[in-house]
Design a protein around this ligand. Structure first.
Ligand SMILES: [Zn+2]
Length: 486
């Protein structure tokens, strides 16, 4: 088994025992300490720290186990787990740090993934934040998805908070929900991002809100990007479908497929330039085309979700991408899409919760990826995992989605920022489109039950004394980067 690196170990201690991402100075300090200490000794330091001993986790064995479940897996402890692990602690069979190791080692795949997601988010936060701006209360997971009203409120807040952002209503859905575009920047290069053409594919929308706030903000990087690039975002192109997903999730039966719009149209089958479509049945797609025609973007990114795919090594595909593949698309248009794929691969290189693969592309001219490209707009389709999780949530499955959704939202945000930044600093144009071909094929489809179904509680506790080095599962299961070289 590969030894986890020091950073992962320390970040794991912060997350599990203190419930927060490491602050930059703390991370540096404890990584240094680890050169002359064992992981065990470091764990003892954390457990005897004032921060830990004064926290509610230190009040009783039960409160410690409860806090661990939340810190590690982002969920409430189940009764069996709570009783089992509290007894271990109470009877002195395991100390706090050994308990962390034992719980992570016996976690289900879904729990392990939640933990890995939280670790990756913590790492990202620690890497990005300065010590001065560090916030110990930084949320490491998103709490729920924006409803339509919340989305509109957030867009309006951004519009009033930032002079650099302009919000315009560009249409209405069939059920009368407003469709917006939010525009930031004044640069010559133009990027358009559309999200959630399918109502039950929500995380590109969540990511786009973070992107807009970043781009509209007053950081030096955001200001320099705004000078070079204009970004137009149409978040949640299918609000009616998402509203139906929410109704389904709250128990309503017989709801029309939330993928589709209110007239049962799949919006992402509207874009064949030779066929056209009935705009009265798909005003949402008409609004996309209208914005596109007026804006004339150099690149369009289209965010979706797909099902679950897992490779031979057991890693799940977190994101699959594809450029225009219809043979009648001008090759230079497809090449720009490939460059966007390479920019995304590069941007995700340092994010631990990602596995990027190629979406198996069809030649269908009616999907945005091909149809818009046939009319000359370079496109890239982005499909993140999570669709099946959304479907199961709507069916009433008790599934904790927030850690996974948060990691996927962050992955989407990193991909958006990666493309926009590369265009802003001119590195985009020198990206070799051929490198996109090196992104691996999408993995094998797996059943939902393989991932979540066999979740029976079966703790298999190793004797901690028998393992020479205590390791955190999250660190062990970190996926190898699968990025192309650039
Ligand atoms: Zn979709």
């Amino acid at each position: 088994m590969e030894k986890p690196d020091s950073k992962d170990i320390v970040q794991g201690l912060y997350l599990s025992l203190l419930g927060r991402a490491a602050d930059p100075e703390g991370l540096k300090h404890w990584v240094g300490e680890l050169e002359n200490s064992t992981i065990e000794e470091l764990g003892d330091h954390f457990v005897s720290s004032d921060e830990f001993t004064s926290s509610s986790a230190a009040e009783s064995p039960e409160s410690f186990v409860r806090s661990l479940y939340f810190n590690l897996f982002d969920r409430q402890a189940d009764k069996a787990g709570l009783d089992y692990w509290s007894a271990k602690l109470e009877q002195g069979e395991l100390d706090e740090h050994q308990l962390v190791t034992a719980i992570t080692q016996s976690a289900s795949e879904a729990d392990r993934e939640a933990y890995n997601a939280k670790l990756a988010i913590s790492d990202y936060y620690t890497d990005q934040v300065t010590q001065d701006a560090y916030d110990p209360e930084q949320p490491l997971t998103i709490s729920g998805l924006h409803s339509n009203d919340e989305l509109y409120a957030e867009l309006n807040r951004l519009d009033s908070d930032y002079d650099s952002l302009a919000l315009d209503q560009v249409g209405s859905s069939l059920a009368g929900n407003p469709l917006y575009k939010a525009e930031v920047g004044s640069g010559e290069r133009k990027v358009m991002i559309i999200t959630q053409q399918h109502g039950d594919e929500p995380l590109g929308t969540e990511a786009s809100l973070y992107l807009l706030e970043f781009l509209a903000g007053d950081s030096a990087l955001a200001q320099s990007i705004r000078e070079e690039v204009t970004v137009t975002v149409m978040p949640r192109v299918n609000p009616d479908g998402f509203a139906r997903w929410e109704r389904q999730e709250s128990g309503e039966q017989g709801v029309l497929d939330p993928r589709r719009n209110e007239a049962n149209v799949d919006l992402n089958r509207s874009y064949d330039p030779d066929e056209g479509f009935d705009e009265s049945q798909a005003p949402e797609a008409a609004a996309v085309l209208e914005v596109l025609d007026a804006f004339q973007p150099d690149l369009l990114l289209d965010y979706h979700h797909q099902n679950n795919y897992r490779n031979d090594e057991g890693s799940l595909d977190t994101m699959s991408i594809q450029w225009p593949t219809n043979p009648d698309v001008d090759p230079s248009v497809s090449e720009t899409g490939q460059q966007a794929a390479v920019a995304i691969a590069n941007s995700l290189e340092n994010f631990d919760h990602d596995q990027l693969t190629l979406f198996p592309g069809s030649e269908n001219p009616a999907i945005a990826r091909n149809g818009l490209a046939l009319d000359g707009t370079p496109t890239l389709l982005i499909e993140q995992r999570g669709l099946q999780e959304m479907d199961e949530l709507a069916l009433g499955l008790d599934l904790d989605y927030s850690a996974l959704a948060s990691a996927l939202t962050l992955e989407a945000l990193i991909s958006m920022k990666g493309v926009v930044s590369a265009i802003a600093d001119d590195s985009f144009d020198s990206l070799d489109p051929a490198l996109a071909e090196q992104i691996p094929e999408r993995s094998e489809r797996i059943d939902f039950a393989d991932l979540y179904g066999d979740d029976a509680y079966q703790p298999e506790v190793q004797d901690p004394a028998a393992s020479e080095e205590l390791q955190l599962v999250g660190a062990q299961t970190m996926e190898e980067p699968t990025m192309v070289e650039a």
